[in-house]
Design a protein around this ligand. Sequence first.
Ligand code: HEC
Length: 158
Amino acid sequence: MTMSLRLSALAIGLAALAAVLMPLPEMRPALAQANPAAEREDAMETISKQLRPLAGMARGQQAFDGQAVKAAAEKILAEFNRAEKLFPEGSGGGKSRALPAIWEQPDAFAARFEEAKAAASAVAKAGEANSQDRFQEAFKTLGGACAACHKTFRAPEN
Ligand code: HEC
């Protein structure tokens, strides 16, 4: 084999290798989500747990604590960021209450997540500013964001 032939053989070999390696990054999320329905249930449970003391403060059953509000709302925001990646197509059915509308109206579903994240962020900022008035407003918006998404995209409990 001449030098140039050997080089072109190498080039072909590299191209073939690249073609094999290319799909890997796209496959990784699927591998990381062996059970997305269970993972999103976990995320939603964590969100719900963090929301409880906030609801207590909003109703005046618990003393307002700006630092605690900020910490809880930031945790909720992080879980929303996690949860929104846990709805791959085809992961509904079985025990999941995720409705087909999630995959039929992906833009609307994504928009509900954006609203909920913005609301969680506003709650965190109200906590950081130690403003109970701003907290009351932002908390109402956050509660509305949970309800708005569940109404269209989550099946009722049976
Ligand atoms: C963008 C849509 C969306 C938003 C926003 C959202 N959820 Fe959910 N939530 C869902 C869907 C869809 C399910 C059903 C998931 C499944 O069963 O596969 C769910 C499930 C749940 C569950 C049941 C988990 C379980 O044990 O099965 C709880 C609790 C919950 N959400 C709480 C909340 C709270 C609290 C908020 C607001 C702070 C919220 N969610 C915001 C879409 C959303």
